[in-house]
Design a protein around this ligand. Structure first.
Ligand SMILES: Nc1ncnc2c1ncn2[C@@H]1O[C@H](COP(=O)(O)OP(=O)(O)OP(=O)(O)O)[C@@H](O)[C@H]1O
Ligand SMILES: [Mg+2]
Length: 287
């Protein structure tokens, strides 16, 4: 991504607190602040095309505490990718309810074979069962989906709305997710993983990530770990201190180019009809 001309200078939206004072000695890099309505269209074009001669899936990691705006950002990015590139997308949801995901308006299923036909859908294994029985239900459905999608030239974006929880469902799912993160690219699979914090998820989740998106955490320990993902710890702690949780600002970085922006979703998420898949739809998959 290149920097749009509309960028505004670095500004501090956070109130001055004792904790911010501790980091003021660190020079804060001037990272462009650009609303997502300006960045999004170009991002949808370039995501997975860092080298236009050799386009490769690029995994994305989205980090932030509960309510920070992770799912909303993810839904916007996926919706834009659907419109601009028609890339099939399946979003795996595990919560009992999620008002943000529902605003996408995509069909909901827990049948792997329907995912290809739908093109854009929410894979949501919902059950009235509770406790262990609920987890077993989710485990079986999600494992079946991951096995189903694992084919040569799969050409799909798989979103894990809560990677930590999904990994905890079984050792087999954990191993399958590791395979998705490490080898998914070669199968044409783009992983988008949403997490509350960097720790607790395996190392592969970071080392294979091309795009890192993070909303500023409240806790100082979390802040250190978030900052380390972007570069020098002190520098990026200072960057996060300039960001506004009320505005749902996030930091986005491309690992290969080092491109970095502070942005926020500034347009509402409303359902948009999926494009006609035509010959690019179900017919193209090798099974
Ligand atoms: N940029 C924004 N502008 C206005 N409202 C926002 C913005 N980002 C998020 N919100 C609102 O904040 C709420 C929480 O957002 P979201 O569901 O994306 O959070 P989350 O990080 O996925 O939380 P959780 O970890 O609990 O799933 C939603 O009601 C959403 O509409
Ligand atoms: Mg969410």
């Amino acid at each position: 991504m290149t920097t749009p001309k509309e960028q505004t200078p670095q500004q501090t939206n956070m109130p001055a607190t004792a904790t911010t004072a501790r980091t003021t000695a660190t020079e804060v890099p001037n990272i462009p602040r650009v609303p997502w309505s300006k960045l999004g269209p170009e991002f949808a074009m370039t995501w997975g095309r860092a080298d236009p001669k050799d386009p490769q899936p690029e995994h994305m990691e989205i980090l932030g505490i509960s309510g920070s705006g992770k799912t909303l950002f993810c839904c916007k990015v996926c919706q834009e990718r659907m419109i601009v590139r028609k890339t099939p997308i399946v979003m795996i949801a595990t919560k009992p309810a999620d008002g943000t995901i529902m605003r996408l308006g995509w069909p909901i299923t827990d049948e792997p074979s329907k995912v290809r036909k739908m093109g854009w859908c929410i894979f949501w294994p919902r059950t009235r069962k509770t406790g262990t029985a609920r987890k077993e239900y989710q485990r079986d459905r999600i494992q079946a989906l991951l096995d189903y999608l694992w084919v040569e030239g799969s050409n799909v974006i798989v979103v894990f709305d809560d990677l930590g929880y999904t990994q905890s469902l079984s050792p087999e799912i954990r191993d399958t997710l590791e395979m998705y993160l490490r080898e998914g690219r070669s199968a044409g699979i783009t992983n988008v993983v949403i997490k509350q914090r960097p720790q607790g998820a395996r190392r592969e989740a970071h080392s294979e990530t091309n795009w890192t998106v993070a909303f500023p955490p409240k806790d100082r320990n979390d802040l250190e770990r978030f900052a380390e993902l972007f570069g020098d710890k002190r520098t990026f702690m200072a960057v996060f201190d300039t960001m506004s949780p009320d505005k749902h600002e996030f930091l986005i970085k491309h690992a290969r180019t080092g491109d970095m922006f502070i942005s926020w979703i500034d347009t509402p998420l409303v359902p948009i009809d999926p494009p006609d898949q035509g010959k690019q739809g179900i017919g193209q998959y090798k099974r």
